[in-house]
Design a protein around this ligand. Structure first.
Ligand code: FAD
Length: 459
């Protein structure tokens, strides 16, 4: 267990006079609950947790950390597998109490605070039949997901979450409150759209919304595991010519009953005309012999929470992910062979297809640079028993290594694990050097480094 040096109460007097939220020290009852994030493998103990209720609280917390030379971590939804939202011995700026979502239906714009989860965001915007690309698991935070790019069911039609960001309010390392948009601090605005939490604490996100649902067409078709290879080959051909409205992923999963039975599964969401959707989705049933079929009209918010039970809070997670050069026969055979040896009935592998709007945005337009049509692979190792950690981590690493000949250099920053700090340059590719320049401008001392860090340029 890490020994946490207590922060002297007298040093906190100034902070206590203005800070509206709770300031939690290790002795406080709520501390144990709040310090934990989604990934149960992450076990860090900050010296102080500042539970912010508004932008002024965030400014106070950032100023306090700077003056007291405390390490900072920033927590949005706390969902990131790398667990960088929580640090050892420093100040955790906890944004999770900041839950407001304001929708302007006539302008089709939503402003949301950084503690909002996708479940909460969709709940408000769907009242007006509106949405923006968000995560496919409803318990994920809008903050980290958006700042890293943000992929989901709407990306074929409307691009990534960052492609729909109009503006953000940011508290910078020197405690200033800036608005970043195409017209205000455009360099910062560019960097925030993919560059993660490197540039400050985002206290408000402003998104363009689109007409979506409330009923869309989608769901899941499952096949026997033995048909995985057949499914992936059919999926690869199917993805060659998809309408923007349709996004389709294909994975290998375990039956939700805990039996450990392995399954192949195709997941799809079509956000266009229901008749066109029915026709476009029909071939999926022929990817194999379905043993479960739940494909049809579905509320958009249900589509985005359909997989939630498979990713419980507190489960132990170790992931690796990478874009693939191509979904070749050899890659498919390796995927299937490796999943056959998967030791945990909670783990899964997902191939996510990119096409349409997300691939038409110029690479240099945002700091999120992965704009080629193709496939992204996620190996999601998940288990409950700490005694099983070594075995499961080893399986993820072995699987990733076996896929080496098929992997592209590109990595999605939001899927990087805690031990992959050296992969950040790959995650940003052509955007990396410009990100370092912007970092030098807004955070030259690298105060915000407890993340997938982009070091400031030195000259
Ligand atoms: C089960 C599961 C499903 C997922 N599904 C998807 C998906 O469908 N699409 C997708 O794109 N990604 C997905 N992800 C990845 C997801 O995008 C990242 O985990 C993301 O970081 C989560 O955001 P968060 O706010 O919950 O995370 P947090 O852990 O709170 O934060 C992640 C990082 O961002 C920083 N940060 C958070 N908020 C702020 C802020 N307001 N200002 C500055 N820095 C901040 C944190 O310091 C940390 O470094 C999934 C992850 C999991 C575990």
């Amino acid at each position: 267990m890490v020994h946490v040096t207590a922060i002297d109460e007298t040093r906190m007097e100034g902070l206590r006079t203005t800070f509206l939220g709770a300031l939690l020290l290790p002795a406080d009852d709520a501390y144990e609950v709040v310090r934990h994030v989604h990934n149960g493998l992450v076990d860090r103990r900050p010296a102080l947790i500042a539970r912010c209720t508004n932008t002024a609280d965030v400014v106070d917390a950032v100023n306090f950390a700077r003056e007291e030379a405390l390490e900072i971590s920033v927590r949005g939804g706390g969902h990131n597998v790398a667990g960088r939202a929580v640090c050892d011995g420093g100040l955790m700026i906890d944004l999770s109490p900041m839950k407001a979502v304001l929708v302007d239906p006539s302008a089709r714009v939503a402003r949301a605070q950084p503690g909002v989860l996708w479940r909460e965001f969709n709940r408000e915007t769907q009242l007006h039949g509106l949405a923006v690309t968000g995560g496919v698991i409803a318990s994920t935070g809008i903050s980290g997901l958006t700042l890293g790019g943000g992929l989901g069911w709407l990306m074929g039609k409307y691009g990534m979450a960052v492609d729909n960001l109009r503006a953000a309010e940011v508290v910078t390392a020197d405690g200033r409150v800036l608005r970043a948009s195409a017209d205000e601090h455009p360099d910062l605005f560019w960097a925030l759209r993919g560059g993660g939490g490197n540039f400050g604490v985002v206290t408000s996100f402003e998104y363009d919304l689109h007409e979506v649902g409330p009923i869309v067409t989608g769901g899941l078709v499952a096949f026997p595991f033995e048909q995985s290879g057949q499914m992936y080959r059919a999926y690869r051909e199917f993805c060659r010519d998809l309408p923007d409205e349709l996004t389709v992923w294909a994975g290998m999963v375990h039956a939700p009953d805990g039996s450990g039975v392995k399954l192949a599964a195709t997941l799809a969401c079509h956000v266009g005309d229901p008749e066109a959707a029915e026709q476009a989705l029909r071939p999926i049933r022929d990817f194999g012999t379905p043993i479960m079929e739940e494909l049809g009209p579905i509320p958009y918010s249900t589509m985005n929470s359909m997989l939630d039970d498979g990713f419980p809070r507190g489960a132990l997670n170790y992931w690796k992910a990478s874009f693939l050069e191509e979904l070749s026969d050899d890659a498919i055979d390796t995927l299937v062979r490796q999943f056959g040896a998967c030791p945990s009935p909670m783990s899964s592998m997902m191939v996510e297809h990119f096409h349409g709007a997300v691939t038409r945005v110029p690479v240099e337009a945002t700091a999120y640079p992965h704009r080629s049509p193709g496939f992204n692979l996620v190996i999601a190792g998940q288990w409950m028993d700490p005694a099983e950690s070594d075995r499961n981590i080893e399986w993820v690493r072995e699987t990733y290594a076996a896929l080496e000949p098929h992997r592209a250099p590109a990595r999605y920053v939001n899927y990087l694990s805690d031990d992959e700090g050296d992969q950040v340059a790959h995650a940003y590719g052509p955007a990396y050097e410009r990100l370092r320049q912007v970092k030098a401008q807004y955070d030259p001392d690298n105060m915000f480094h407890h993340n997938h860090n982009i070091p400031p340029a030195t000259s």
